[in-house]
Design a protein around this ligand. Structure first.
Ligand code: CUA
Length: 163
């Protein structure tokens, strides 16, 4: 089979692009820990406020026996609760998100926290935040007229011996 010289060059260029893209995907997955959420856990979104975990008084940061943290968050039209989340740097954190109404998305810049929050499911993101500072946590799925009101603030503080 005859392949034109110019065509051959493009076959190589396309091959290189594919290798580069696969490299970028593997780099993101294994070096920077960017993964699609894989936790499939259902929850009754109609009764979310009546559950133990996602009741209003139980939201926020909890310390586990191994020193890691679990942060429980409800995203609902139009807010993210709790609105202030304070966590220490350099500590493993498991975020657990749920919604009582429609599809939302949660994104925290400069971290791997970026997930859809789907009615009927608990979305989980594992992260460790390295750099102290204030970060926004906001909705990035259009969810209605108040979509742009959906913000919370994550304050990452220096790790101390008490936390
Ligand atoms: Cu919630 Cu957009």
């Amino acid at each position: 089979m005859h392949i034109d010289a110019l065509e051959k060059i493009w076959i190589y260029i396309v091959g290189l692009i594919i290798v580069f893209m696969l490299g970028a995907i593997f780099y993101a997955a294994f070096a920077v820990s960017v993964h699609p959420p894989s936790n499939v856990e259902t929850v009754d979104s109609m009764r979310l406020h009546l559950t133990e975990e996602f009741a209003e008084d139980n939201l926020g940061v909890k310390t586990n026996s191994d020193g890691s943290l679990t942060v429980t968050v409800v995203t609902a039209r139009y807010g993210i609760y709790p609105q202030q989340i304070e966590v220490p740097a350099d500590t493993p954190i498991k975020f657990r998100f749920a919604t009582p109404d429609v599809l939302h998305g949660l994104h925290m810049p400069k971290s791997n926290v970026d997930t859809m929050v789907i009615p009927g499911f608990v979305s989980e993101v594992n992260t460790t935040l390295q750099h102290p500072g204030e970060y926004p946590l906001f909705c990035n799925e259009y969810c209605g007229l108040g979509h742009h009101y959906m913000w919370a603030r994550v304050k990452v503080v220096e790790k101390t011996s008490t936390n």
